[in-house]
Design a protein around this ligand. Structure first.
Ligand code: ZN
Length: 415
């Protein structure tokens, strides 16, 4: 954009982006509906849609149902799912995950790698922990992506971009993990080494913000995309993302969405992440549940307590707590509902989506929703449509958003 306003190529890109986003979201939309929604003339939409059809990004999918009754034929437009592939990466304390998906979010392949500190050492590209860790991750992701690509070059295969969601505080503009004590002790630049290794543009953001975007872009919920979405992830910790008009808000200091570190009790252990007493995560995290169950079993040295050690899934721990200490389980649901209720009061969202293994099955979702709904807020609370075993979908959504924002142009970096 120039200082005087939009120039012609910028306008064209912006309008192509608008069309791609709307067609993707609606999955079945006619040219005149696009013109109306985007404030463009029908002639301008026709030119741009023809371009996108010629580029292979959009296809005509037959006549819209019921369109004849309205008079003129209306041809539905759809994104071609195989018009491009996106590479998603997810990093948390349990693993690095790399997946390949098409533009509809259908997953074509997944590789799970060890967590960052357990990755093999790459040839050192820097002396600092930052440089070494970034290089290790980039080398491992490249190797996994190459296996997913089956020996075909990334651009030849049609990969149009990559995205990475990582736990902790992230500067999404610079692609740097600012703080994640569970993974590293200093900031780690991630975008630059990944772009160097993959020769693709890589968008980087906090994992929960990335997953909120995936909920909006890569699931069937996209056709009814809520104007204001509060997306909450549980397991092993608690995180959230506040999304307005389809864009997750990172916060003025990259700290938005720390629902897990809002205080819901006057006592409890000191949280190792925020340093407070009584924050939600310190009371309901997988680690907190392990400790609670260990105490029930007679102390952390008790043999039975070791069963709840590293690797226990948060959903299994919640279920054990429900069976063995119903009062503690009720407190968990009440504290979660209290934090959610406060967030709903603040944000007034259209919908709250709960993501993570504890909400997939079992009664916890209903227990929490019932308590929040008791506040009589006009807010739809629902389960996420995404499989918690695929955290890298968040990275894929970042890549797709970038692809659309660029008007459907593949983004290659540093070739
Ligand atoms: Zn905390």
């Amino acid at each position: 954009m120039t200082s005087q306003g939009w120039n012609a190529p910028d306008l064209r890109k912006r309008n192509r982006a608008g069309i791609l986003r709307l067609v993707h979201r609606q999955g079945d939309i006619a040219r005149n509906e696009l013109a109306l929604a985007l404030g463009l003339t029908k002639a301008a939409v026709t030119i741009l849609v023809n371009e996108l059809i010629d580029d292979g990004l959009i296809v005509e999918a037959g006549e819209q149902a019921g369109a004849r009754r309205a008079g003129r034929r209306k041809i539905a437009l759809r994104i071609r799912p195989d018009a491009g592939l996106i590479l998603g990466v997810g990093i948390d304390a349990e693993r690095v995950q790399v997946l390949l998906a098409d533009l509809s979010g259908a997953v074509l392949g997944v590789r799970n790698l060890p967590p960052p500190r357990a990755l093999p050492h790459a040839p050192a590209l820097g002396e600092s922990e930052d440089g070494i860790m970034g290089a290790r991750i980039a080398a491992a992701v490249y190797a996994a992506a190459a296996k997913l690509a089956g020996g075909t070059g990334f651009s030849a295969l049609g990969i149009v971009g990559a995205g990475l969601g990582v736990t902790g505080r992230v500067d999404e503009e610079r692609g740097v993990s600012l703080r994640e004590p569970r993974l590293w002790s200093a900031p780690v630049a991630l975008r630059e080494p990944l772009e160097d290794a993959l020769k693709l543009c890589v968008s980087v953001d906090n994992n929960v913000r990335a997953l909120a975007l995936a909920e909006l872009l890569l699931t069937d919920a996209r056709s009814e995309s809520p104007a204001g979405l509060l997306f909450v992830k549980y397991g092993p910790g608690v995180g959230a993302s506040w999304t307005m008009g389809g864009t997750p808000w990172p916060g003025a200091h990259h700290r938005s969405g720390e629902l897990g570190h809002t205080v819901v009790a006057s006592e409890g252990p000191i949280c190792p992440y925020c340093g407070r007493v009584g924050c939600l995560e310190s009371l309901v995290s997988a680690h907190a549940l392990e400790l609670a169950l260990g105490r029930l079993e007679g102390g952390p040295k008790n043999h039975a307590a070791k069963r709840f050690g590293a690797g226990s899934r948060t959903d299994e721990l919640c279920e054990l707590l429900r069976l063995r200490d119903s009062a503690a389980y009720e407190r968990l649901a009440s504290r979660f509902a209290l934090a959610l209720g406060n967030a709903i009061e603040l944000c007034d969202p259209t919908a709250v989506v709960l993501y993570g293994t504890p909400f997939r099955q079992g009664p916890l979702f209903d227990e929490i929703a019932r308590r929040v709904e008791a506040n009589e807020r006009p807010c739809d609370i629902r389960r996420s449509a995404m499989d918690p075993a695929l955290p890298a979908l968040g990275g894929a959504a970042l890549a797709l958003e970038r692809f659309f924002a660029d008007g459907g142009a593949a983004c290659s970096a540093r070739i």
